[in-house]
Design a protein around this ligand. Sequence first.
Ligand code: ADP
Ligand code: ZN
Length: 735
Amino acid sequence: MKLAALRPAGDLLLQPAPRAGVLLPLPLSGAYDYKLPKGTNVLRGLLVSAPLGSREQMGVVWGAAEGSVGDNRLKEAVPFEGHPAIPEKLCDFVDWVAQYTLSPPGMILAMVLRSGRAFEPPAMRTAFVRGGETPKRLTSARERVLALADDGLARSVGTLAEEAGVSPAVVRGLIEAGALAATELPEFPPFPVPDPTFATVELNGAQGEAADGLRGEVAAHRFAVSLLDGVTGSGKTEVYFEAVVEALRQDRQVLILLPEIALTVQFLERFAERFGCRPAEWHSDLSSKERTRVYRAVMNGEARVVVGARSSLFLPFKELGLIIVDEEHEQAYKQEDGAIYHARDMAVVRGRLEQCPVVLASATPSLESYVNATSGRYAHRRLGARHGAATMPAVRLIDLRQEKAEAGSWLSLPLREAVAAALAAGEQSMLFLNRRGYAPLTLCSACGHKMTCRDCSSWLVEHRYRKRLACHQCGYEIATPPKCPECGAEGTLIACGPGVERVAEEFAVLFPQARVAIASSDTMHGPRETQAAIRAMAKREIDVLIGTQIVAKGHHFPQLTLVGVIDADLGGSDGDLRARERTFQLLHQVSGRAGRAEKAGTVLIQTRNPKDAVMAALASGDRDAFYEQERLYRERAGAPPFGRLAAIILSGHDGGAVTDAGRALAKAAPAAKGVKVWGPTPAFYHLLRGQTRERLLVQVERNVDVQAYLRTWLAGVKLSNKVRVTVDVDPVSFF
Ligand code: ADP
Ligand code: ZN
């Protein structure tokens, strides 16, 4: 696969045209052969324009040509003049991810080439400096502009006008008079450079030890993985900032991965407080112009620190020196459509290819990372306690079987009393319920009909403010009907169970004076409202925040002392091996929002299963006991990380074809030692967006090459082209 530089020697005309395998950013089986213009320095990573059918397509020289097709039958790919090449280590990464996830390499390459314009030579923009002439007529407005321009900085007409407080016409007059002269500037202003000495903190003992270890790894320019494991508020961010400092000193770039865009705003501000400027950001919300700017700056090394969502793993860093994966246990790191990959795991791979350290940070690590750290494969860097005066909150379980609230009420008496006390003391509270909307189910009290999605096997969730019922799987919506669509009875549709809106409604009746906001990743409460609610909370403009898992993560609200969990028993979904782990992580994270500053925090958890291991671990605070027990379960079951899983999902509009394909596939599964195959079974959402879905699950022992097994298997069966086959290696969701 590796390709040495083929430099043409001797008389070019006598030489055959060089040829190469060119990878196109399309879901094709591999690279295609092309010839290249004579004299081309054929390097892996070279960007070319390649004809494909009737189109020209951007592609990348990937390796030596495979075939023996004659020159006259090969099409010619032409390198882009003056374009930078894709770094070779990034090409290697693309190959690695493709082979691991069983995706076509071109599909992974597409994630690298997402900003096509970034490869063009940067455009220039016109700006103005002081010119040679002095205008005959000098008004005070003109004088102000010239005084400004005397500092030698080049500015646009708009900037000059704004900064001098004059109209653009004044500036244009000066240009005509020759008092301002045009000059060319790059299209984008340069990225500010983070300053490691901008603000320093004095680390406590455990923090110092962890930071020393990380600094050493960064300075050594070698691959190493650390699990930075410390309770919420213990200073993990402060510690990995020290590793960032070292990388900056080494003139290397840093990638900080965050699980959700919603978390970036607070983070960017925090970074600026420490380093004097914001880092570059990379996620799906950027404008295409901003994308181009960031991409280029990452490629030429100007952007020193990038904060981004999982897709930033595919950026063309020039000299990557450190990767940090914050909240490494988050499920959001798993990309579930298109190329299915886990950004945390792939971050470790990229770190290995780039020979740089990788830091995984969490207060509730994934069991995989926990096992890797306790077995010594990763360095386990622990921060035991919260920094300074802050202590861990006291956690109390409220047994809902004893504290029966009246029907339609979701706040038990002890929780109400605690909220009242917090309000009276002028402290903030948070109520957590991992359910969007008003009610998860609407049913007819006359005939029992349940309102379900037209295209999915899921219930429609009521959104009362908008008077609509919505499918949270596909987005299908209807206006809430006045009568039952099944039996026609009027006024019989009733809401079952609570969503955050319903809790907020009850809350408003109980505490009419309190200032409340809802934060939920929802169409009604979209990212902007959520951001606003979170800001309002941070600024103490509200007393109570009612939210879904979006409020659980990362946020630091110093005045928040009470957290109430409305229903802790929601997490358990059958057949999901990580259900317990996830419930624990989520509730622990939510609890961690309480009492992060001087005032102590309290957490009240409403549950019907107070004896459950997860609830017991939360109440006792004995996290590691929970992890050890979970490790035992998994070890006995041969589940990850002690064995490996892969899912095959079959889907299609023709339900019969999907069922047949499932059977045929199961029958064709090769027998192999250490491999078990289950299914086909209908997926949890058997119908999704009108498509029928069936799943097969493969479980292998750790030493089995699951990719090789899957390849052999899938290559050996011919399935109907009405059925789509998706492979999910290391699945985290079992829907
Ligand atoms: P974590 O990332 O583990 O949740 P943070 O790094 O966010 O913890 O720290 C929690 C709070 O404590 C932050 O406001 C942080 O600035 C502060 N903090 C942590 N360590 C120190 C320290 N050594 N000196 C001063 N403040 C600290
Ligand atoms: Zn639906």
